[in-house]
Design a protein around this ligand. Structure first.
Ligand code: ATP
Ligand code: MG
Length: 454
């Protein structure tokens, strides 16, 4: 018999409320896993034999978050706790969600519907007795992710579980137990039917974990990568030579891993993962040089990255930032750049993304070289950018001394040409701010317009 676990006082208080109504309550899920790992847990999930309506009646501050699913959120001492009535799950006809929920009588039955042994232990409150019917504690000690019951069945019941295994591997640095790992390929057709948003949640947690590469390696090994991110899977075996020793996939994973290790933002990690996915489609062999070329791969990478993020319904603002980073990753600064070139670079990247673009460069370098990247290598460019920014003159389309109406008055044909000419004028004015006055711009516009009329 193991000693009882230490139960934090707020949980004891909550337990007394349940007990005084004759109900049982248990700490379950990730919080128990964290407790057994000796870590603090951010959120506490509880399981009880009280029905949702009873839970609502027991507490003053409750939010009926998911009564249909048997879940109620209670507020206690500034925290939110999810309380779910013991459940058992019936058939999953679509591999996505159980068809209906049914309440279970005991905590053991509730635990048996859970995905992995490390997530299927409970702590009885307020005593702190561990209920561990599937030896979760021993798997946690051995750092193993093991399905509760037969992995094949559990994965074909809910095709999200393989992706959950992947993200737990990345978050915890655990291995997948042999049979659990071996059951993933057979469940791919079920995973293929899971809603994009649910997959995205697990992808996100993998990318934001301390070791995203651990998750992606499992994904590749099991066929999940080809299913979920085929563009990335195609980077396997794409040799590059030159400075690169690794193929495009290993390079991308290493860049992403390094970005995670450095604590860089989600955008930088995603851009590191996707920055070279355009390489396989644009790769050509240059007979003369005897090497592979990847001309304009950054554009193709940005296009593919955007497609992936749309597929998973990422928010537009994030899609925009990641694809801009990917599109801008190939800059090669030299001191000989004119101020105009520096300004064009700033405008193209967006002032808001400069820091992250430099972070991406460090990750990219780390993914290529055998040695740690040196942030000092970017200093001359940073200083130059700072100097150019201090001088002002960073024009946006709004700052241009002429607008579309001026062009129409000049006789430019309404339609696309107007936009194209405005863009050319902006580039000219960015190159040479002296040009940004009405008279000079209109003269340039006339010249461009003549070209379009020929
Ligand atoms: P996190 O730290 O990310 O919150 P967690 O283990 O609490 O990790 P949740 O997604 O919050 O994960 O789920 C809570 C618990 O619900 C899990 O520990 C597991 O017992 C159970 N669970 C969640 N999703 C599934 C699923 N798809 N199949 C079976 N059980 C699941
Ligand atoms: Mg949780």
């Amino acid at each position: 018999m193991t000693a009882n676990l230490r139960v934090p006082p707020p949980l004891k208080e909550i337990a007394f409320i349940f007990n005084s109504a004759g109900k049982e309550v248990y700490l379950v899920g990730g919080a128990v896993r964290d407790l057994l790992l000796g870590r603090d847990s951010a959120d506490w999930d509880l399981a009880t034999n009280a029905r949702p309506e009873e839970v609502v009646s027991l507490f003053h501050r409750v939010i009926p978050t998911g009564i249909k699913h048997g879940t109620v959120t209670i507020r206690h001492r500034g925290r939110s706790l999810e309380v779910t009535t013991f459940r058992t799950e019936s058939a999953y006809s679509d591999g996505r969600r159980p068809d209906e929920i049914r309440y279970a009588a005991t905590i053991e039955e509730d635990l048996s519907r859970r995905d992995f042994t490390m997530n299927a232990a409970a702590v009885k409150l307020p005593q702190g007795t561990l209920i561990d019917p599937f030896q979760g504690q021993s798997d946690i000690k051995r750092r193993l992710i093991r399905s509760v019951g037969r992995a094949e069945e559990r994965f074909t019941e809910d095709g999200l579980r393989p992706m959950r295994a992947v993200r737990f591997a990345a978050q915890l640095g655990f291995d997948l137990e042999e049979k659990t790992l071996a059951a993933i390929p057979g469940a791919l057709s079920t995973t293929a039917r899971v809603a994009a948003e649910r997959i995205r949640e697990e992808l996100d947690k993998t990318i934001l974990s301390p070791r995203p590469q651990t998750g992606f390696v499992v994904m590749e090994e099991t066929g999940l990568l080809r299913l979920i991110l085929p563009e990335l899977a195609l980077c396997r075996g794409v040799e590059q030579r030159g400075r690169h020793r690794r193929d495009v996939l290993d390079h991308s994973l290493l860049a992403c891993a390094w970005a995670a290790g450095a604590g860089f933002s989600r955008e930088v990690r995603m851009a590191a993962l996707f920055h070279d996915i355009g390489k396989p489609p644009v790769r050509r062999y240059d007979e003369e040089k005897g090497t592979w070329t990847f001309y304009h791969h950054e554009r193709e990478s940005a296009r593919l990255a955007e497609g992936i993020m749309r597929r998973f319904r990422y928010p537009n603002a994030l899609i925009d930032r990641v694809s801009r980073l990917v599109a801008a990753h190939m800059f090669h600064y030299e001191d000989a750049w004119k101020d105009g070139a520096v300004r064009r670079f700033i405008i193209k990247t967006g002032e808001d993304l400069l820091e992250e673009l430099f972070a991406l460069r460090l990750a990219d370098t780390a993914g290529t070289a055998e040695t740690e990247p040196d942030p000092a290598a970017l200093l001359p460019f940073r200083k130059r950018i700072e100097a150019v920014l201090n001088r002002g003159n960073i024009l946006s389309p709004r700052d241009l001394a002429v607008n579309g109406r001026d062009l129409l008055a000049l006789g430019v044909k309404p339609g696309r040409t107007v936009g194209i000419i405005l863009q050319e004028l902006l580039e000219a004015a960015v190159d040479d701010p002296e040009l940004n006055n009405r008279e000079r711009l209109l003269k340039i516009a006339e010249n461009i317009n003549r070209r379009y009329q020929e």
